[in-house]
Design a protein around this ligand. Sequence first.
Ligand SMILES: [Zn+2]
Length: 1011
Amino acid sequence: MIENRMFEEEPDVVDLAKDSCHYRSLDPDDVVYEPRSSRLLVRGLGENDMDEDDEDCESSARLLGMSFMNRSGAHRSLSSPYTRQGAPRSCARPSARTLVVCMLFLVIVASMTMVLYFLPGCTFTRSGCPKTNTTIPFEKVYPVSTSGEVFPWAQLRLPRSIRPLSYDLTLNPDLDSMTFTGRTIIHMSVLHNTKCIVLHSAYLNITKATFKARGVTVLEYKPREQIAVAFTEVLKTGQDCVLTLEYSANLSHTYDGFYNSSYTEKDGSKRVLAATQFEPLSARKAFPCFDAPDFKATFLIRIRRKPNHLSLSNMPKAKTTQLPNDVIEDEFEKTSVNMSTYLVAFIVANFTHISRNVSETQVSVYSVPEKWEHTDYALDTGCKLLEFYNGFFEINYPLKKLDLVAIPDFLAGAMENWGLITFRETSLLVGKQSSNLEKQVVASVIAHELAHQWFGNLVTMRWWNDLWLNEGFATYMQYMSLQTVFPQLDIGNLFLAVRFRALDKDALNSSHAVSTEVNKPEQVEEMFDSVSYEKGASILLMLNASLPGDQQFRKGIIQYLKEFSGLNTDTNDLWNSLTQLLFLKSPLEVMMSSWTSQKGFPLVTVSRKGGQVTLTQEHFRLTSDNATQTSSLWIIPVTYVTDNCSVAPECRRTFYLKTKSGKTQSITCNIDVKWVKVNYRNTGFYITHYEDGGWAALIDALSHNVSVLTHEDRASLVHNMFALSRLGRVSFHQVLHLLKYMSNETHTSPVTEALLQLGVIYRLLDKRQEHRLVARMKSYILHQFGSLMDKQTWEEEDSVSKQELRSALLGMACSLNEEKCISQSRALFKQYVESNGTSIPGDLQQVVFTVAAQSNEDWATLLTMYGQATYDAEKRKMLRGLASTQDARLIVWVLKAGLRGDVIQTQELPLVISTVCNGFTGYLFVWDFIQENWDSLIEKFPVGSFAIQTIIKSATSHFSTQAHLDQVCLFFLNILRERGSQMRSVQEALETIRLNQRWMEKNLATLEKWL
Ligand SMILES: [Zn+2]
């Protein structure tokens, strides 16, 4: 899967200060649940143990529909580990009287809770307490199923005693009533003696169940979305058996499971369709199944439909049968591969398609009929990339067909279902006059999803804790393949920028290890973040760059794919496989585990005395609580160049920094070397600080000639300098000193990185209403980048890199109300309206629409055009324009329309919210909007999902005051707690506000002097 915002724009990252707060991170170890007084648990029954106390507590809480929210160990109550918590102590500054009252209250609550806790939970249930055998010290504890009987399994993950071999699915969707019925026949093998079959099912009404031709009773335990059939006799090891389940359900109104979607054609007629999105945990909403990545099986799928629709699934159609009542049944070939349930897909719609063959595979692109003319680019790109991957991996794509389908309602960017990849329309369709920048978006998403056909589909992570094996690889291959197959798309700048953003996120204490423990559904959802994707990709790039020769890495991953084809793996399998093949002397596993098993990344400090260069490492942690440094150690393949030879690849020198914080390692260089630049082309995932005049020497070199370093090295100096100022290692004055060289800068990535970082500070100052500083910052930016802004043209431009540069520069100029930029934009918009939408280069549309939306008259024109536009990339830019208005009434309208989903699709709400938040007028409206509509939001977007992560981050990252910190803190403690969730993104939001606040406290007084 690829999330929509991951590939197309750089999120705002606002983490500007070294923090010493005591709010600890959400390490899995910290997560505690609140056992409640009432426990409806049945004790001493069944064959399977419940392993963990956490499971026990969670199940009882969920069973009762109660909520629980984790908190860090630092905030556990002193009186009892089980009492409910007040706000974290850093959230508010209570008065002394409040403290006394709170203490009294806490003591009373704690005492009551302890009494209640030690009473059996069943004390308050109607049935009272079952008699228990008090002589047995450890009892087995099971939950109660919906029907009141004992549910024979008590863990989130399924038992290993049964393995599914094949599924035979028949689905009968009714697009008039928005319901469906289904029948699932599961062939299974018994791996260990057992008396029950446990599998997943969610929101399905099971109407009939048979096992060995006899009717059986199905038990359901809704909190874990599990069903079970219990037997009186043991199912013996080695036995094969068949379970048949018939059921009915509603088509989902959200974006997961088997969901309905609709769109309006040009003539105003409404069309409906049904599609699926199963990753990560939603296959169970369409058919009962063993819904975990390592329960692979084959699938034979039949879909019933009306004659005016077609149906698609993972495999080619095998036959079509006419049934009574004008119903047609399509049967698809049985899958030729074993696959995980999250990769199953089917669609019923009236789409049209174009096709082409690549070796043994038919590649097709499907869209709604009136957008078929936008499908050519996707077909061409898909075919070229499929050919490339077939050759690169030396394993051919295993299926006979590969469909790429644009779905009108689709929350993520795209999903890699085997043989039936689904996309958002903006990620697949390209207009005839689209710019290369728009093509870059589509090509990246296709490259990502095609890479998954090997990384993810052929070889799959064993559990969601290693999601990076899917997503990190697909992200890495996405950039690598585009660099090779479509060099004209200049994908390198984007890859560099996303690596910087991954560093920024991973610097927070709320980050997590690439491979981390995952136990709860919302934790599974939250794994879809920049750590799994971009940090995963970054460490693969670092590994590749540190291996000798350019084919070692490729050989290694081919070996890995062949060794584990059709199987599931964990991170160690990858490192073992690579180590064996590469015959490395130093164990690769030890080095790479240091990057995947701990969160964060190192700060490498370089100091030089004559020919002696000394390096040390420490954890780069923005939220450092001033405690002693952690003992984190990374084995870092440090690369460096010097002024003697600094640009060509052969200049690069590598050595391994392996000593812990506080200890140094040295290298020697010629005494006449003027400067050393570490992390050549920024292929390493770390930040570098230069002591003893190291920074000054580099800045001096750049001020004379920017070409002494590659553009990646220059951009990394800019990024690292800003990061170090956030950490407090350098002053903001030093940042400005480095940026002086910018007037000579010629390349995109250093400029866009500097603009992004300055933009974040500008917006924070703006929202604090620091008017004088805002004015100074504005004139600083216009002065520093003015000549570059002036050089930009407004005509068609082919080079993607130049398009990126000018859209960033002109976007900044117009947002600062620079006169020339504004008048040029207005003129282009006028032309655009008069010529009926054909005269703005694609990369400048965003700037032009944003300027237009600032006038109410043009805003209304833009809204009309938005309603009529059929080309989605353009439509999305119009929407961002509409959401950038500074008129309060229009802002409220846009937010409400996004939530309603009529004029503006609800899938665009995260984009609307983030755009509104950038402006001064809207960011407080958004915060109110989120608080008022939280329940509706999490009905539409799953808790923990990337959409919710984006919404929380957008709404809170502009705050920098104690009052806002308290509000955000209270809201999530009081409201979210009732929903029973823990979210890392909330932790990140609180941390970010605190960092903003501290940066302001530290720098406001001196900014005026420096600017
Ligand atoms: Zn993906």
